[in-house]
Design a protein around this ligand. Structure first.
Ligand SMILES: Cc1cc2nc3c(=O)[nH]c(=O)nc-3n(C[C@H](O)[C@H](O)[C@H](O)COP(=O)(O)O)c2cc1C
Length: 194
């Protein structure tokens, strides 16, 4: 990490993923969560299409979420052993606060390519996790093929242009996983001389 230069730069360098299984309370309260989502929605968004939205997954809906995760796993792996189903179901109960990140992509938009819309969703996701950490919490992003299963899509009533991008578990952790290696600057930065 470079010497401290600016709080935003510091926050970017300090961001890291938590392990969802290691997240405990407290999570953000409602005011904090609203701030986190508002910060997320400040993402750059070509055409101001707002291709993202966020769903706080209520504690009272965790059993229902577990059912959907179990059903999604069965759909992907009809012969999955019961332990596999249980592992999937447990994710509904990991982390004191769960937020769904959803995309609505207009593939036929006359001006804004779908790729730009997806990038706006990615920016919103990054904003979200940065805001989580700025408030002193930790975030774990979860995604996977289960999000595109019929069981999951139907369970959340997704429209044909909608995609459930990830479930972000938010909480507090004393047990951060080791920092992940990051690309050396020279491998991602060059100069185009024409
Ligand atoms: C769209 C997206 C989906 C992700 N899905 C998962 C996931 O399913 N499981 C997981 O452990 N991490 C997931 N991650 C987090 C990455 O694994 C993590 O960012 C990467 O390992 C780098 O670690 P860091 O975030 O600590 O820098 C996801 C990240 C993104 C951007």
């Amino acid at each position: 990490m470079p010497p401290s230069t600016h709080p935003v730069i510091d926050a970017l360098f300090a961001r890291r993923s938590a392990n969802a299984r290691m997240l405990a309370g407290p999570g953000p309260d409602e005011t904090q969560l609203r701030l986190i989502v508002e910060a997320a929605s400040r993402a750059p968004d070509h055409g101001r299409i707002v291709p993202f939205r966020f769903l706080a997954l209520a504690d009272t809906a965790r059993d229902r979420l577990a059912d959907l995760l179990g059903a999604a796993t069965r759909e992907m792996m009809p012969d999955a052993p019961e332990e596999e189903i249980q592992r999937a179901r447990e994710k509904a109960h990991q982390g004191p606060c769960l937020v769904g990140v959803l995309a609505r992509i207009d593939a036929d938009h006359p001006k804004i390519p779908a790729s730009d819309q997806w990038l706006a969703v990615g920016c919103a996701l990054e904003n979200l996790v940065l805001a989580v950490q700025a408030l002193g919490f930790a975030a774990a992003i979860r995604s996977g093929r289960f999000l595109e299963t019929e069981a999951f899509r139907h369970g959340f009533g997704l429209g044909p242009n909608e995609h459930f991008v990830s479930i972000v578990a938010i909480g507090t952790t004393q047990d951060w996983p080791p920092a992940k290696p990051k690309p050396a600057l020279d491998t991602v930065f060059g100069i185009w001389n024409g």
